[in-house]
Design a binder for this molecule. Structure first.
Ligand code: SME
Length: 137
């Protein structure tokens, strides 16, 4: 297995490529389950600094995906009551869970400054990516 540092370098590169190549990905990052606690901790990311370093399970879009294990596409964040704002520029969000050995261990979180930008192709790309990421974790 790789060192945590090597893994984080790869995860950051993934964020950088997505941020560079896809114009409507405006904050791209990873959250992971924090040990055996019922909370997420922020991993590598590209985008605005966020207050949400730790997210309790159930809180926000990310916390809900930690519980449900299902992709959550939010075309308009202002329509969500259970949402944690990272930046006032964010209009939409997609969170895709990462499964390792059948366990929901984390997620990729993408915010967009465009309203309703995410398509089935984004879901497919991110699902594939999460499966690849699981292999190096
Ligand atoms: N918007 C997320 C919080 C994470 S920040 O966007 C980086 C949420 O509602 O869970």
């Amino acid at each position: 297995l790789e060192s945590p540092q090597e893994t984080n370098t790869k995860l950051l590169k993934i964020c950088q490529v997505l941020d560079k190549e896809i114009s409507y990905y405006n904050w791209t990052g990873f959250y992971f389950k924090n040990g055996d606690k019922d909370e997420l901790v922020l991993g590598p990311y590209v985008g605005a600094i966020t207050d949400h370093i730790i997210i309790p399970f159930g809180k926000g879009i990310c916390g809900q995906v930690a519980v449900s294990g299902e992709t959550f596409v939010v075309p308009d964040v202002h329509s969500q009551d259970n949402y944690l704002s990272c930046s006032i520029d964010t209009k939409a969000e997609i969170v895709v869970p990462i499964f390792k050995n059948g366990e929901n261990i984390g997620q990729i979180d993408i915010d967009s400054h465009t309203i309703d930008p995410f398509t089935k192709e984004d879901e497919e790309l991110l699902n594939w990516l999460c499966d690849e990421v699981a292999k190096i974790l």
